[in-house]
Design a protein around this ligand. Structure first.
Ligand code: PXG
Length: 460
C-alpha cells in the first residue's frame, strides 16, 4: 500500500466510530451507517487514497476547492511558518497583522480595479451571511433603510447556515429549518430543462426579465440586492445563456439594486479567468469568495466590496457592528497568500484558459459529443457538466435521472475516478494543476462510468 502511514485501524472500525459520532452532510445518516463511508487517508496532486489503499483521481477538487491539488509543500510550509511566528491574532480592537495585509494586497492586485475592500470569514456560508447585513447597512447609510429585500434564485446554492440557505433556492433545505423574512426568489436560467420551445437567447432574456418583474412587484424602493452564482455549481453546473447576464446587469442598474455575485465556486481560476463574472462579462458590486482562496487547505472566505460600497461604509457608516473571532486568521491568510502566489506565478489560471481548459473540452466533445446518453456538454475552463437525456430531439429527461446520475457516480468510484452527480448531470471540476495525462484519465474513466450507466438505462 503506497501510504505515508498505515491506517492505525481497520476501515470497519473507523466506520463504526464514525457512525457513532457524526451526522454527515446531505445524507440519510441511517442509510450511510448501513453502508459505511469511504475513509480518505491521503492526497497527492490530483489523487486520493482511501483506507483500503484504493487510489482515486479526484475530478471534483475535493468540494470544488483544491485548485493546486493535494500535498503542496509551499502551502504547508507557509502555514507552519505563520504558526511559529503568530498562530493567532485578530482584527478586533484596533489591531491587524502582516499576513492578512499581504493577502489583501495580492487579492486586490488580481481583482478588477473597482473593488477595494474585503471582510474575511471562515466559509462561503458566512460570506453570504455577512453579505445580507452589509448590503442592508449600505442602504441605511445611503438613507434608504427600507431597501432590505434580497432576491435569489430557485436551485441556487449559497451555503447551509440559516440566512445563506434562505438566500439559496433549495426547497428541501428551506423545509428543514426555516426561511428568513425579506428574501424572494426567481427562476434559474436552466435552458436545457426549462427552455421549452424558446431559443437559449430568448430563454436567457426571459429569465432575466423575471428579475425586473419581481423588483416591480416588491417595489424597487424595498429591494437591496440580487444574489446569484455566475454559473450554478451545486445546483448542477448550469451555465446561463449568453443573453442572461447583460440583461440582469441592466436591470440591477436601472432599479438601483446591488448585484451580488457568489464566486465561492467560480472564483480563483476555475473558468480560466480569475473570477467567473469576468468570463461572463459583468460587473458585480460584491463578490462572495471561499474555497479556492486557500485551495481548501484551511477554511477561509470573504465578502469583497466595490469601492463605491466601501467608500460609503467607511466614510459615512460609523461603527460597522460585525466581527468574527477568526476573520483574517493569520494562518489561513498565510496559506491563502501562498496559494494565490502559486496560482499567479506558475501561470496556472492562464494555463487553464489557453491550454488545459480547451484540451478538456475538446476531449469531452470527442468522447461524448455523439454519446447516446449525453444530450449536452456545458462548461469552460476546468469545469464541465454532462447532461443525461432520454430523447435528444425533445430534450426529454429520464424520470429516474437522479438515480442514474448517482449510479454513474458510484461506477466512477469503482473505476477510480471521483465525479459529482446532480439532477441528471455529471459534473467534473478537477484541480487547476491537472496535466493532459490526468485529464485523459479523468475523461476515460468517466466514459467507462457513463457507458455502464447507459447500459442500465437501455441506451447502449
Ligand atoms: N456559495 C456557493 C456558490 C457554494 O457553492 C457556498 C456558498 C457555501 O460555502 P461553505 O464554505 O459554507 O460550504 C457554497 C458551497 C456540492 C457542494 O456538492 C457545494 C458546496 C458545498 C458542499 C458541496 O456541489 N458549495
Amino acid at each position: 500500500m503506497n501510504l505515508p502511514f498505515e491506517p492505525q485501524r481497520q476501515t470497519r472500525d473507523y466506520q463504526a466510530s464514525d457512525a457513532a459520532h457524526h451526522i454527515h452532510a446531505f445524507v440519510d445518516q441511517k442509510a450511510l451507517n448501513a453502508e459505511g463511508p469511504r475513509v480518505m487517508v491521503r492526497g497527492e496532486g490530483l489523487y486520493l487514497w482511501d483506507s483500503e489503499g484504493k487510489r482515486y483521481l479526484d475530478g471534483m477538487s475535493g468540494l470544488w476547492c483544491t485548485q493546486l491539488g493535494y500535498g503542496r509543500k509551499d502551502l504547508t510550509a507557509a502555514a507552519a511558518a505563520q504558526m511559529d511566528q503568530l498562530a493567532y491574532y485578530n482584527m478586533f480592537f484596533h489591531t491587524t497583522h502582516p499576513a492578512v495585509i499581504e493577502l489583501s494586497e495580492l487579492l486586490f492586485s488580481l481583482l478588477p480595479g473597482h473593488y477595494s475592500h474585503v471582510i474575511y470569514t471562515n466559509s462561503g456560508s458566512e460570506a453570504n451571511e455577512v453579505l445580507i447585513r452589509t448590503v442592508r447597512r449600505y442602504w441605511q447609510v445611503l438613507g434608504k433603510p427600507q431597501k432590505k429585500i434580497m432576491i435569489g434564485r430557485w436551485n441556487g446554492y449559497h451555503g447551509s447556515t440559516l440566512a445563506a440557505s434562505a438566500l439559496g433556492g433549495m426547497k428541501f433545505m428551506h423545509e428543514m429549518g426555516g426561511l428568513i423574512p425579506d428574501v424572494a426568489h426567481i427562476d434559474e436560467p436552466y435552458w436545457y430543462a426549462q427552455g421549452g420551445e424558446l431559443t437559449p437567447a430568448e430563454f436567457g432574456r426571459r429569465c432575466a426579465l423575471q428579475l425586473e418583474e419581481k423588483i416591480l412587484e416588491l417595489g424597487a424602493q424595498n429591494v437591496a440586492g440580487f444574489i446569484a452564482e455566475p454559473f450554478q455549481g451545486a445546483g448542477g453546473m448550469i451555465f446561463p445563456p449568453e443573453s442572461y447576464w447583460p440583461e440582469i446587469q441592466r436591470i440591477c442598474r436601472q432599479y438601483d439594486v446591488l448585484l451580488c455575485a457568489d464566486e465561492v465556486i467560480g472564483g480563483f481560476g476555475r473558468t480560466g479567468e480569475w473570477f467567473a463574472h469576468q468570463h461572463f462579462g459583468f460587473e458585480p458590486d460584491t463578490l462572495s469568495i471561499a474555497k479556492g482562496l486557500t485551495s481548501g487547505y484551511l477554511p477561509m472566505g470573504g465578502l469583497v466590496l466595490s469601492k463605491r460600497m466601501a467608500e460609503a461604509l467607511v466614510e459615512r457608516g460609523g461603527v460597522f457592528a460585525h466581527g468574527l473571532t477568526y476573520s483574517g486568521h493569520p494562518v489561513a491568510a498565510a496559506v491563502a497568500l501562498a496559494n494565490l502566489k502559486a496560482l499567479r506565478d506558475e501561470g496556472i489560471v492562464r494555463q487553464v484558459k489557453d491550454d488545459t481548459g480547451p484540451y478538456l473540452h475538446t476531449l469531452l466533445h470527442e468522447v461524448f459529443g455523439n454519446h447516446p446518453l449525453i444530450g449536452d456538454i456545458q462548461g469552460t475552463g476546468l469545469l464541465a457538466a454532462l447532461q443525461f437525456v432520454e430523447d435528444k430531439g425533445t430534450r426529454k429527461r429520464f424520470a429516474n435521472e437522479n438515480d442514474l446520475a448517482w449510479q454513474c457516480r458510484t461506477f466512477g468510484f469503482e473505476e477510480g475516478v471521483i465525479i459529482r452527480s446532480t439532477l441528471g448531470r455529471m459534473i467534473m471540476a478537477p484541480a487547476l494543476v491537472a496535466s493532459h495525462a490526468e485529464l485523459d484519465e479523468l475523461v476515460d474513466k468517466t466514459r467507462i462510468a457513463v457507458d455502464r450507466t447507459a447500459r442500465i438505462a437501455g441506451k447502449l
